[in-house]
Design a binder for this molecule. Structure first.
Ligand code: TRP
Length: 438
C-alpha cells in the first residue's frame, strides 16, 4: 500500500501558543495517526535564521516547539520527526535548486516583494535591509519538500505561493536533468480552508506579531490571568451578550463540544457575567491542556532526551531517503567520481564503464526458490534469500534500482566484507550506465 507523503515544517522562531495548537498542532497530530499517510514533521531552524538573529531564541524555540508537539501526542516512532539542520542534504539540495530557480520567479515572492514595496514607500533603496536569505527562502523551502518527494503540504493561504515555486523549481530540475535521477514528485498544497484561527487577547487574530497570544503551556495561574485579561464589552451581569464577534465565545467554541457550545450560547443570551464566562473558559481550556502541560514540563526539563529523539529521527531519515537521494542527484548533475564511467563526451553523454559494471544475476536454487545477487566482477555485493516467484525477485531488483539500497534485511544480505555504501555506489553506477544507454 503506497502511503501519501505529507510534510509540515514549523519555523522555530517563537513560543507555541493556543492559536498554533488549535490551527496546526491538534489537527496535525490527529492526521498523523492515519495509516494511509506517511508524515514528515520538522523544525525549520534554517528558516528561523532568516528572521531571528538571537541564537538563544532559536535554541529555546526549537526546544519548546519540539516539546509541545511531543506533549500533544506526536509519536516519533510513527512519523518522521526531525530538525532541518540535522539534514545536511537539505542545504546541498538548496544549492542545486538555486542553480535552476529563476531569479524572476523569486522576485515575485510575497515576502520579498512586501519588503521591497515597503522600501519604495519610504523612499529607500528597493533592497535596503533585505538579506539574500529572505530572497532565497522559497528555494530552501522547496528543498525541504522535494528532497522527500512530499505529495501534500498542508499550508495556510500565505504559503501557497511557496508550494507553487517548489513545483516550478522541481519541474525545471526534472526537465534539465530528467533521466539523470528519479524525477522529483511535484507537491500539492493542501490548503486549510477553514483552518481554525483563534482570536487573541485583544480580539484580533492570535499572532506573535500582535503580541496578543496565550502561550500553549503557560502555567495554570498565568493561563487564568491571561484569560481574565481577554477584552470584552462593558455589558453588566444580567445583560444579554453577543456571541457574534466575541473573542471569548470563539475561544470557548474551539475547545468545547457542540453541546457545551450550545449551553454557552444560551448563557450569553441569559446575561452570564463576563467573569463567570471567563472562569468557564479557563476551566474548559485547562481541562484539555493540563495532562499535556505535565508532559511538556517534564520534557522541557530533560532537553537531552528531546535532542536524542530529534537526532535519531534525522539519522534514520537520512539513511532511508536523504543520503541515497542526494547521491543520485549528485551523479545526475555531474558531481561524479572521475574514474567512473569513462571519459565524458561533449554533450554530456557518458560512455558506460567497460570494466566490471555491476549486474544483477537471477537464478533458481535446488529448493525451487528464486534468488538473485548483485555482483561486480568476482565480488558479490548483495545476496538475496529465496523468493516464491521470479516476479517477486524481479520486483525487489526493480525497487533497488529505483530507490537505491537502504540497509540489509531478512531477504537481502550484504556480501562478505561489503558495506552499504559500496552497494549504493554500485547501484548508482548501474543507473548511470543504463541511462547513458537510453
Ligand atoms: N515557511 C513555513 C512557515 O513559515 C515553514 C516551512 C519551512 C515549511 N519549510 C517548509 C512548511 C516546508 C511546509 C513545508 O510556516
Amino acid at each position: 500500500m503506497a502511503r501519501t507523503r505529507v510534510l509540515t515544517g514549523i519555523t522555530t522562531s517563537g513560543t507555541p501558543h493556543l492559536g498554533n495548537y488549535v490551527g496546526a498542532i491538534r489537527p496535525s497530530v490527529a492526521a498523523s495517526r492515519r495509516a494511509d499517510v506517511e508524515s514528515f514533521y520538522f523544525l525549520a531552524d534554517y528558516h528561523a535564521l532568516i528572521k531571528v538573529s538571537e541564537p538563544a531564541r532559536v535554541q529555546r524555540s526549537t526546544l519548546e516547539i519540539a516539546a509541545a508537539w511531543l506533549a500533544c501526542g506526536l509519536d516519533p516512532e510513527a512519523v518522521w520527526f526531525y530538525r532541518q539542520s540535522d539534514i545536511p542534504e537539505i542545504p546541498e539540495l538548496t544549492w542545486f535548486l538555486s542553480c535552476v530557480a529563476g531569479k524572476g520567479v523569486l522576485n515575485r515572492a510575497h515576502a520579498y516583494k512586501a519588503a521591497v514595496d515597503r522600501n519604495a514607500a519610504e523612499g529607500e533603496d528597493p533592497d535596503a535591509g533585505v538579506t539574500a536569505g529572505l530572497f532565497m527562502y522559497p528555494v530552501l523551502m522547496a528543498a525541504d519538500i522535494l528532497l522527500f518527494d512530499a505529495q501534500q503540504v498542508p499550508v495556510g493561504r500565505d504559503q501557497v505561493q511557496h508550494i507553487e515555486m517548489a513545483r516550478d523549481f522541481g519541474q525545471r530540475f526534472n526537465h534539465l536533468y530528467g533521466g539523470g535521477a528519479a524525477p522529483f514528485v511535484l507537491p500539492e498544497a493542501a490548503i486549510e480552508e477553514q483552518v481554525a484561527t483563534l482570536p487573541g487577547l485583544d480580539g484580533r487574530k492570535m499572532s506573535k506579531s500582535y503580541d496578543n497570544t496565550i502561550p500553549l503551556f503557560a502555567p495554570r495561574e498565568q493561563l487564568r490571568k491571561l484569560i481574565f485579561s481577554i477584552v470584552t464589552d462593558s455589558r453588566a451581569p444580567g445583560e444579554p451578550k453577543d456571541t457574534q464577534g466575541s473573542a471569548l465565545f470563539e475561544l470557548y467554541q474551539a475547545f468545547a463540544s457542540a453541546e457545551e457550545t450550545a449551553a454557552m450560547r444560551r448563557a450569553f443570551a441569559d446575561g452570564i457575567a463576563w467573569s463567570d464566562a471567563k472562569q468557564a473558559l479557563f476551566e474548559r481550556i485547562d481541562a484539555e491542556l493540563a495532562p499535556m502541560r505535565e508532559k511538556y514540563e517534564s520534557l522541557i526539563a530533560a532537553p537531552e532526551k528531546i535532542e536524542m529523539v530529534l537526532r535519531d529521527g534525522a539519522a534514520r531519515l537520512r539513511e532511508r531517503y536523504a543520503i541515497p537521494r542526494l547521491r543520485a542527484l549528485r551523479v545526475a548533475v555531474g558531481l561524479r567520481d572521475l574514474g567512473e564511467g569513462g571519459p565524458a563526451e561533449p554533450g554530456g553523454k557518458r560512455k558506460p564503464a567497460q570494466a566490471a559494471l555491476p549486474v544483477f544475476k537471477q537464478y533458481r536454487e535446488a529448493d525451487g526458490r528464486f534468488h538473485f545477487k548483485l555482483v561486480e566482477g568476482e565480488r558479490v555485493l548483495l545476496q538475496s534469500a529465496g523468493f516464491d516467484s521470479p516476479r517477486d525477485a524481479g520486483a525487489r531488483i526493480a525497487a533497488l534500482k529505483r530507490e537505491g539500497f537502504a540497509c540489509a534485511d531478512a531477504l537481502l544480505a550484504l556480501g562478505e566484507g561489503v558495506d552499504a555504501a559500496a552497494v549504493r555506489e554500485a547501484l548508482d553506477a548501474l543507473r548511470a550506465a543504463e541511462e547513458a544507454k537510453a
